[in-house]
Design a protein around this ligand. Sequence first.
Ligand SMILES: [Zn+2]
Length: 882
Amino acid sequence: MKTDTPRPILLKNYRPPNYLIDAVNLDVSLHPTRTRVRAKLKIRRNPACPGNPGPLRLDGEAIELESVHLDGRQLGPRDFQTTDTELVIASPPDGPFTLETSTLCDPAANKALTGLYLSRGIYCTQCEAQGFRRITYFLDRPDVLATYTTRIEADRSEASVLLANGNPTERGTLDGGKRHYAVWRDPHPKPSYLFALVGGNLASYASDFTTASGRKVDLSIYVEPGKENRCAWAMDSLKRSMRWDEERFGREYDLDVFNIVAVSDFNMGAMENKGLNIFNDALVLASPETATDASFAAIERVIAHEYFHNWTGNRITCRDWFQLCLKEGLTVFRDQEFCADQRFATVERIRDVRNLKATQFPEDAGPLAHPVRPGRYIEINNFYTATVYNKGAELVRMVQTLLGREGFRKGMDLYFDRHDGQAATVEDFLACFADSSGRDLGQFMTWYSQAGTPELVCQLKWDARTQTADLSIAQVLPPTPGEARKKPLHIPVRLGLLGSDGEDLPLALASGRELADGLIEVTKRTETFRFRNVGSRPVPSLLRGFSAPANLTIGLSDADLQFLMANDSDLYNRWQAAQDYATRVLVEAVRVIRADKKPEKPTAFVQALGVTVGDESLDPGYRAQFMFLPSENDLARVIARDVDPLAIHTARRELRRAIGATLHDMLAQVYARHEVKGPYSPAPAAAGRRALRNAALGYLTCRGKSEDVARVAAHFANARNATDEVGALAMLSELRSPERAKAFDRFYARWKDDHLVIDNWFAYQAGSPLPSTLTSVAKLMRHPLFSTKNPNKVRALLGTFAMANPVNFNRPDGKGYEFMAKRVLEIDAFNPQIAARLLSAFRSWKALEPERRKLAKKTLQGIAAAKPLSHDVFEIVGKMLE
Ligand SMILES: [Zn+2]
């Protein structure tokens, strides 16, 4: 806990380090409360910084210093100074020297889960962003790259497996076999945030992979004993990722071993430590009974993501933390492309855009808005955001859209050639694409430095006499905190014009240029594109494939949207048309409900939806996407001002009921027809059918008639896999029926001993729209299986309540806010990262209607006044109230 007033760190103040560390030798003697770390660092002055480098300042936190030696000589108390955060050596020698320190740390007491800690008896580390300084004194910044040799020693009974980065070089026993040790050496220079070690009694699931050049790599996944039979999918995903990166980007793996360890207490999803990825076990362990299709897909994605970091992040790392998007945006883009290749690309694209709009667009529209490459931060842990990750990925995608897939690959090849082994910047990255393609990406750079979601206000005017169509596009760039005036962006807009027969018209600009790929580039604040040879009034299909992370405004009629839903050759935009139509119907219903009137029957929309959902020529997984209406949070984002979460909830519930009633027979048929028989497979075809069938069941259930309840209860009872079981539990959680309690009791009895599966039991109670939910959540906090020390439990219960249950979080009496504020402060005392993440549930508070806004503000002011606050929470609450 830090109590000093934190000062922001600015990108423009970046200076290279005065000293470099070339080689690190660590000797770690594991002990639950007194782990001793002896570090030997080879240090020299940085030749890039001429002149007197001044004192050597090593970062260190929550560690106890035992001794310091310089070139073999023990330093006395006058030779160095320590503070809470530093070890300072006032005048180190001019030439290269060796610094040795011995320190102690306490893994058992470490509940912040950064540095070295114990998770269910397993020693593990998390060093990104600044955890290494909690293990030993170091220049803990990403532009200091060193080779690491790590010796780990432990009681055999306590840690039979000892792992670190790189390749294993030596192992042996000590004390007559009571203790043992292992030595690992990583020949690739890396920053300290990629350091990792693990010690524990772990079981392993092993396999191997032969690289394109014929080298054999040993692969292992380490888990709690008894869980080995849940590793096959993760291993399969790893091998497919390794092959894909060779084929798509020409990148091979570079060590003799690749290890993954699953632990149960983890702040994030997973971490790409060189050769030793450490994962939240929720993103490794999967069997048909315990993991849903969504979990299988998430495991595949995250295994791929962390593996892809080996090149984008590890071999080429970030110069400073402002460049975080350089590794994260790029690697998310790579995992998205991987999943698109493994699965149905359109469904993956829909999933990615839905996620972007749900997580990143609200960030851009609220007090936490920041550029993909921020210019300042107080606590870097607060910038592992959807903006850096998901919008960052969209920026990379736009580069690919502008240059084409081949042009993009050329730029990537140059990036790998030019910067391998370096700590790079966003400018370095873009320069590779500019240099390899000869294109000017100067204006494109603004996407990285400017926050906010652009709005494209478009108008299409067709002239029957000249047979031309004028598409005018205005970029509207809404102000964000600290940035009132914005520069115009370079925006790739993929489009089509549909003729009256539903076919795409050939696109030719008046200038004579043919647009074979349907791509125009918008660079000015307002621009008009004239298309010729347009024989009848066309229906525009804009931003195909979501070619830029922008909001689109174009005055299409309901009939136009129906036409696009039925005819657009771009399958993504067909889905987008359905979403836009649903949004229009729902926003109007919210307005009417708030005026105390009854909304009109949404007949035309429901019919159009029915046509697509019932179309057996379309992929089932794709049709399922049509059935997922915009979420309550999506609608709040679109409404943007004077938001009434209860009216939104009511409007959406009523539309769902109307769909369930009107399309009843067709939905019942879909439900019957798409049952997946035979053994479970996580493959996209089977998963798509389950998604469609469960979506149909959801609509059939929401009417709440006794036959509907019986149907979903039977679905729950007969489920042969987690997707069906958890899906039915979710539907039952919304009903007032004795079947609801029965199902939750049965689920609990079946899964109480499985710490991952039981998270569903917490989550679906916390996500229920029933008015009793807050009381249930408060009660579940005291449940013996719940612990605020375990981030997965916090996310399941508190995260779901605050982020995915808007109607209850935003209770009109403000009790939802008060409850969450208390939890944020409690958790902040030991895990600031998780506390700050929970706090971000308030990020859209300024958009609320006045009564709730007042209550939310009061709650936030209460948090701001509490003492002491971590830097993490201090920064977030400060921005919220700015
Ligand atoms: Zn990552």
